[in-house]
Every structure is written in C-alpha cells, then in structure tokens.
Design a protein. Structure first.
Lengths: 220, 296
C-alpha cells in the first residue's frame, strides 16, 4: 500500500476525477491484496475471482494497484492517456491485462456482474464476482434492475461495493444500504478507509448477494 | 409454424444439446423456456439488465440468446448493446419479433423500423432477415455454433416458400434491365410487382444482409445491360444504400432504395397491410417504383 500514492501520482491530467479515484483506493488495495483469488498468472483461469470496476472514471487508483500487483508494467503509468498507451481515463479490458470489463458509462457494471456471477455458477466454478460502483452511479436506473434480479435469483457469489462519497443526487430513503437490503441483499456499511473493516465485510459469506457500502465522505 | 415458434423450438433443443447456450429474456416469450433451467434467465421487465446480464454470461464463455420485441431488444437498451456486448468484445445472438410494424394496432411504441440501421452503427454484427419460418432454424443453428454478434430479425410477414439460406444473395430471376435486391419477407411482393410490370430485371433474394454480399451483387450487375439497382428492404429505407454504392464504386450506377419511409412518423394504427400501402411497400407501390426506376 505504501507505494500506491506514489504510483497514483505518476498519472496526471485528470485532476477533475482525482478525488473520485482517491475514494476507491483503500477498497481496491484490500481487494487485490487480501481478498481476490486472482493473480497475473491466473487472469484467464475460469475459476478466478472477477473484479469489475463499474465506476470507470478516475481509474488512477485501479491502475496503481494493478501495477503494484504485477498485472501491468508500472512504466505504463507515465504515458497514460497518450496515443500508444493502453491506459485511458476509462479502462479497456481488451487493452489492459487483468481488467475484466471496459467501463466509463455509468450503470453497466452491476448488470454485467449479475451475468458473470450466474455464469460462474453455471460453470460450477468457486469463483466470485466483485463489482465496484459509486453512490452517484446508483442514480442510473439500470443498477436497480440488476439489484432486484440478483436478489430474486439468490446470486450468492456476487458482492457489490458501493463507494459512498455522497455523490448521489437525491439519495434513497434510509440510505444506500437500505436500498439493497430492502431487496434482500446482505448489507453492511463500513468506513471506506478502515482496511480491517473493509476486509471483514468483503469476506463475509452469504447465500444471497452481498453489498458493502464504503463511506469515504464527501468529495474524497 | 411461425418464425417465432421455429425460434423457440430451435433454442429449446439447443439448451439440451449445447452446454454453452443460455437464454435471457425480459418477460416476453419467457413462458416458452424452462424457467427452472440454470441457463435460462428471465429478468422481468428490465431490458437494460437483460443485455447487461447477457454480456456477463458471454464473458464467462456462455452463448447467450437475448430475446424480446424489437423496440425493447434494440432501441431501449442500445447503449447496453454497444458497450456490454460490443465494447466488451463478446458475442451474443439477439432475436427480435415484431419487425417494423407487425402489430400496428399497438402504435409507434411497438414499431422498430430503425433496428437494422442501429446495428449498422456498430461493428461486427451479422444481420439475418428470414423470409419464411423454415429459414429460421438453419440461420439460428449456425449462429449458435459461433462466438460472434448476431441479430436475427423475425416477423409475422413471410413469403410463400422458403429458400436456401446462408451468406450470399440468391438469384431467383434473371433480366437485362437491372437488379432488384429483395430482403426477407419483401420477396413475394417484389416478384409479383416485377411480373405485373413485365420488368426485364434480375431479382436477388437476401435473408442475410450483414455481411453484405458485395460479390453477389456485383456479379448480378455485370450480367445486366444497366447498372441500375433497386433495393427493397422491410425496414428503414436506405439502410443498405451505402453498401450498394461502395460495391459499385468503380462503375457509373443508379440506386433507388425503398423501405419504411423516413420523412414522417406515421401515427395511424390499422393493419400491417395498411402500413405497407402507406410506405409504397405493397405490390401496387412497388410496381410503381419498378416502372419509374427501370423506365427506358
């Protein structure tokens, strides 16, 4: 984790989304350091865990963690967004090793994650699907289609992580956690900077989909 | 048997024989697939989720068949098609019913004349427009074997008989004055119009429009005395014009495209035949087009 801020800082030019990227940094680190069963050697293994970054804007933290964990060469960070670079301001799964989905338009990752989780179950895989969305992203209606579908189908190998930096325009009665819980998801809210709390919430096992709301505070 | 029934039968058989095949629906036609099957997912009335889930299934190696009424399959979740299928670089088989205006009593909300044009904005899609129920099964079986992106456009409108399908246009009539390209269910009306006008033209039949059979069209044009091509499509007029022009770019040629007119939104209900007449896609209207375009 110590090198992540340094790696992060090598990508300049997207200051608009810097706070968005910074809000994901602790969750991403805990995921790749202690939770996900995937490595640079197993990115094509059907039994791997899949992490889908739905909140594709501000991917600097994501790239920094991928570099630190050896999925991509850290030298690629310096030239990001240039013509020849595979690293853009929204990640592309065809260009970047270890990236599971191309993202950037909000509201796509969670429905896709429902599909990958069902597909893993069909294949008899022990792999799980983790998807990271923003609380502002949850304004998109497609998420709520997927929240209901995942609950009704009991997709227990799916974990959604909501980075709650208080960006949702109107919010939901009872907050983000309640929006999932009312549909039948297991739901926990944690401090988005507390690595132990994040780890405990992400590794809890349920027979239904799980959401972890990671609160990071406004504009952080 | 209708095209829709042929589709349902073929996919149900494939569910039993091919472990890659999955079905994703949004209520429409869901009752026709086994809901307790682990590879059958009905998401409810949630078309965006339908396409997103299909993209996820494809990412895990399955071959999703995605199905709904045309406007809800193609227009409503268009961005999901672009991003969750195309941009993820995965494949799926999209199968629609309803076509341009199969049930016009339901009004504009249930019409989708622009579906093929929308797919044309995205790279890598095969597009099949069968003209008879017996053409559906071979097209679908072939699509299920592959990994690519396929759109199969089913309709209640059909020709009296089936023709062999596969990539490439089929010449059903030969003439010297020019070429008429008839797509899917337009064929019978085109043949009747050509006969009625006693037009000395070649008629090509297309159940597969993407990839576009440029070689087949070029050869048919070379065998005529005039490089004049009339394209008759059951969806938005001009959808394939650019491909005809590209095909014939090396020779002076004339192109006339007919289909569902673009100039105004038709707010009438009525029957599909009423709409054919309004768009000059009935035998009378097509006859008039044949007469004026191939005059002289």
């Amino acid at each position: 984790m110590q090198r992540i801020p340094e790696l992060f800082a090598r990508m300049t030019g997207d200051e608009k989304h810097e706070w968005a990227a910074a809000s994901t940094i602790d969750v991403l680190w805990v995921l790749y350091d202690r939770v996900l069963n995937v490595s640079p050697a197993t990115v094509d293994d059907p039994g791997r865990d899949r992490f889908l970054l739905s909140k594709g804007h501000g991917p600097m933290a994501y790239y920094a963690v991928l570099a630190e964990k050896g999925f991509i060469d850290e030298s690629a960070l310096d030239g990001w967004t240039s013509w020849d670079s595979p690293l853009g301001q929204h990640p592309d799964r065809v260009l970047v090793n270890g990236v599971e989905i191309s993202s950037g338009s909000l509201g796509h990752g969670l429905p896709i994650a429902v599909g990958t989780a069902i597909g893993q179950r069909v294949a008899g895989s022990a792999g799980r699907t983790f998807v990271l969305v923003g609380d502002g992203e949850l304004d998109e209606g497609s998420n709520h289609e997927a929240i209901a579908v995942a609950a009704r189908r009991g997709v227990g190998n799916l974990t959604a992580i909501v980075i709650d930096n208080e960006s949702a325009w109107y919010g939901w009665p009872g907050g983000v956690q309640e929006r999932f819980a009312v549909e039948g998801w297991a739901a926990t809210t944690v401090d988005g900077r507390d690595h132990e709390a994040i780890f405990a919430a992400l590794t809890a096992r349920y027979d239904r989909p799980n959401v972890v709301v990671a609160r990071t505070g406004k504009s952080s | 048997m209708t095209m829709r029934e042929a589709f349902i039968k073929t996919v149900n058989q494939a569910l039993h024989t091919d472990p890659r095949v999955a079905v994703v629906t949004a209520v429409i036609s869901a009752v026709n697939f086994p809901q307790d099957h682990e590879r059958v997912v009905d998401v409810g009335i949630r078309e965006q989720a339908m396409v997103g889930v299909a993209g996820g299934l494809a990412l895990t190696g399955l071959r999703p068949v995605v199905h709904s009424y045309a406007p809800f399959l193609v227009e409503r979740p268009y961005e999901q098609i672009k991003l969750d299928i195309g941009h993820q670089d995965v494949g799926a088989v999209f199968v629609s019913i309803g076509a341009s205006y199969d049930d016009p009593v339901w009004g504009r909300t249930h019409q989708s004349p622009g579906d093929v044009a929308l797919f044309d904005t995205l790279p890598g899609w095969e597009v099949h427009v069968p003209g008879h129920p017996e053409e559906v099964t071979p097209l679908l079986e072939e699509a299920l074997k592959k990994d690519n992106r396929v759109y199969l456009r089913l309709s209640l409108r059909e020709n009296a008989q089936a023709y062999p399908v596969g990539e490439g246009f089929t010449a059903l009539r030969h003439g010297k004055r020019g070429v008429v390209l008839a797509v899917g269910p337009m064929l019978d009306r085109v043949l009747k119009a050509v006969e009625a006008e006693n037009a000395d033209v070649t008629v090509l039949y297309a159940a597969t429009v993407r990839p576009f059979d440029s070689d087949g069209l070029r050869k048919a044009v070379e065998d005529t005395d005039h490089a004049d091509v009339l394209v008759v499509e059951p969806y938005l007029e001009g959808t394939s014009s650019h491909l005809v022009s590209e095909t014939l770019q090396q020779i002076p040629h004339r192109v006339r495209s007919t289909g569902v007119k673009r100039h105004a939104e038709l707010r009438n209900y009525g029957t599909a035949e009423d709409h054919d007449a309004a768009h000059d896609l009935d035998v009378v209207g097509l006859g008039s087009t044949v007469r004026s375009f191939f005059r002289g």
